[in-house]
Design a binder for this molecule. Sequence first.
Ligand code: ADP
Length: 300
Amino acid sequence: MKIAVLSTNPDLYSTRRLVEAITHKGHQALVIDHLKCFLIVEGGKPSVIYKNELVTDIDAIIPRIGSSVTAFGCSVVRQFELMKVFSTVKSQAITRSRDKLRSMQILTKAGVDIPKTVFAKTPSQVKELIKLVGGPPVVIKLLEGTQGVGVVLAESAQAAKSTIEAFYGLKANFLIQEFIAESGGADIRAFVIGNRVVAAMKRQGMEGEFRSNLHQGGEGQRIELSPQEEETAIAAAKALGVRVAGVDMLQSNRGPLVMEVNSSPGLRGIENTSGIDVAAEIISYIEDKIKADEGDTVGV
Ligand code: ADP
């Protein structure tokens, strides 16, 4: 098979590991920088030009689309879908997972529990917003934030009010969420492939830090998920249609609560902490899907 990783940088850990796994299993690997693709949209013959050449005979793509280029990245993925190439994640699922409000609406519709969350567009009634999520303390998150940047824990009503007003003043989009104190500055990342959790880790924030992101100094350790945690992670990935997903959850007194479903989950942290060859699992999944449904056409 010929499998393409859509990535802007072949030297990134996840891209390298996927290329290794593809080659190791006897397939042909190529890295396509989606930002350098030309898409030819014409009736009956959609195609992609990369480095002045028509991209042909690709059996599957593994999109690794950065959040800053979601729109164009998804157009490239959609073009491959039109060309009937199997993708580990549909363009529509990437778009959905990147929209925090929409993903939370989809998750709750599917019966997946999330921390109580409020969105509002106007700065009036800040006090009511804080009350609605049972605060203070409350968590305030910038919608554009990643890796824990733009996630604030407001311990008092006054701190929450000032933060919310500052975000409104900057015209930033944000959400207000109930603070899950009992998660103790830790969260769980479940790596879901298809209908299975293949690896999981717990990330613990530094002393005195409620954010557990590895980029914020958090540390990961391998864990076994409870059956309820596994079911929740699989249900969340399924609800959003993300077939290869990093599902982030908080352990709360009322069970696992999903914070986010990541559609381009990194491999470094999860492989290093779990010792599992997640890249190989992704390639096996592609092999199985293509074998089971030769020429599986992905809806657009
Ligand atoms: P990002 O998408 O930027 O990583 P997250 O929403 O994942 O932001 O939040 C970063 C970290 O903050 C999480 O990994 C978790 O440890 C902590 N956190 C986020 N939301 C809550 C919450 N509602 N209650 C308790 N801790 C939270």
